[in-house]
Structures are given as C-alpha cells and as structure tokens.
Design a protein around this ligand. Sequence first.
Ligand code: NAD
Length: 310
Amino acid sequence: MDRNLDGHTDTSHGKLRSVAFIGLGIMGGPMAANLVRAGYRVTGHNRSRAAVDRLVEAGGHAAGSVAEAVADADAVITMLPADAEVTEVVLGEGGVLQHARAGSLLIDMSTISPRTAVALAEAGREYGLRVLDAPVSGGEAGAIEGVLSIMAGGEDADFERAAPLFHALGTTVVHVGPPGAGQTVKAANQLVVAVNIQALAEAVVFLEKAGADLPAALTVLGGGLAGSTVLNRKKDAMLNRDFAPGFRIDLHHKDLGIVTDTARDTGAVLPTGTLVAQLLSSCRENGEGGLDHSALLRGVERLSGRARTD
Ligand code: NAD
C-alpha cells in the first residue's frame, strides 16, 4: 500500500463505502439521500445548514467544514453551482485536496467547464487523489427518483470503482472518455435541452395566439415526432405557469457560456445555440434568473407582445 505525505493509507483500490457529499442543493440533497438508502455512509457539508439537517434526517451525517467531511471518506462528491465554487472547495484553503485521504476518489458531478475539469484532474494527481468528472442530466425529478443520466470522464479503473455508486444515482451511466470528456458531453446536453425548451415555448405562444386548445395540442404533439423528454417534463410548468425551479435560468445561462466558450475554442459554429444563449441572458436581465428554465416562455411572450408576470 502507498502512503501520502501525511502517512495516510492509500485506499485507491478498495470498495467505496464512505462518501463525503459537498453541495446539498436541489440536486445534491436527493442524490446524497439515495446514497444513504443504497447503504453508503454519507457525510454531508453545505454552505447553509438547513440542507445538512435534511441529510441527517435522511440517515446521513453532518460536517461543519469541507475538511471534516472528507477526512475519512473513500469518495468525495461535489455538487456545486459552478466553476468558482468547485475550484474553491477543491483547490482552496481548507479544501478537498488538502484534507482528503491519498487514493480517495474525487467525483465532481457539478456542471463546469471541461477546461476546469482537466485542471482538477491534474491537481488531484499531484495530491495522490483519483478524479472523475461525472456531470448528470435528468433534473430534480431524476435526482429524487435515482434515474439520472451520468456522463463520466476519467481513467477506466476509477470509473469501474465508482460504477456501483453511480448506479445508486442513475440508470444511464456511461464512461465517455478521458478527464473533461464528461463535461464536454454535458455541455452538448445543455445545448440540446435549451434549444428544445425554446422551441416548446415558441410552440406554446404560437398555439395560444392562434386560439388552439393548448392542453390538447401538447398531448398530441407528445405522441409524435415533436414528442420529447423536455415536452413531457416541462409541459405542465408551461400550462400552469409554475416556474419554481427545477433548473434555474441562472445555471442554464452558465452552461451555455460553457457551450459557447468551448465552441469558440474548438471551431464549432452553433448559430441556434448562440441565439438561445442570448435569450436566456434576456430572461436574466428581466429578473427571471431564479426561475426554472421553462420560464423561457416568458421571454417568447415578451417578444410576441403578450408579456405576463404570473
Ligand atoms: P443549487 O444551487 O440548488 O445547489 C448548490 C448547493 O451548493 C447549495 O445548497 C449551496 O448552498 C451549496 N454551496 C454553494 N457553494 C458552496 C460552498 N462553497 N461550500 C459548500 N456548499 C456550497 O444547485 P443545483 O440545482 O443542485 O445544481 C448543482 C449543479 O448541478 C450545478 O452545476 C448545476 O448546473 C448542475 N445540474 C443541475 C440540475 C438541476 O435540474 N437543478 C440538473 C443537472 C445538473
């Protein structure tokens, strides 16, 4: 067995039993609870305490700091808003790299840029940690039901080791390539979802303006080629004008920033994605950043002269 500079035992080959979970928000809260149900010992840390209390009620353990959460963990999962928070929690003073055991596995499941994911993998290697980027798709409902799609980037052996844990969180679990590849695939996912929601929002305004029976129309659209998971999952939010998140426009705006930056780096030209990125920006500037991304509907309504504030 190897030992790191602190003399801790290197546990990089064993079965994962104890998990530190950092970031217990809309996604992380139910994901951590699913790991408890699957038999893992889960220690949670979150910036605000109420989320940690909910994990304790679900059978998890509380940690007051990142250092305390990761000290005895075989795996550390981060599920934080964006690059800045992940970088701070992993690389910062008192962060994961300084306090996790050598050989433990860091799995970042947040959506961040591929470039930052690669940097984390390189930094982790210097500290004797294994690192996977494993962002998810499926939304809050997918997190609660344990049916997420998980797209992982990293080394084969690390993916194999994490696979049982991933299967406690999701049903579609795919190793898509080397470090950063998970985030690249997730960016593509966010591009497809944003364009789909915008198309659905435009169809809703189009149907309403034409005086169509909207619920009937969306039911039949759902059964044909226009049907989609987006339509199934976002139809009721649009019909009921219930824009409680879900997935916040602020976060989707962040994700399309990753898409457009990466596209510029690679030379991919994405006219529709770039346009939808601007439409998400418009919603934010209209004070809608905290609403679910189905509130792209409000932007289409504004453009069509039927702005509503409900
Ligand atoms: P959220 O804002 O609900 O949760 C983030 C949590 O991190 C919050 O509880 C916050 O208090 C905590 N946090 C922030 N900074 C922290 C820090 N420095 N230390 C400890 N805790 C900290 O966000 P979410 O919707 O759960 O999304 C998390 C990630 O998952 C994002 O990257 C998002 O893009 C991605 N994602 C979200 C969804 C969705 O539908 N909500 C779906 C797929 C992926």
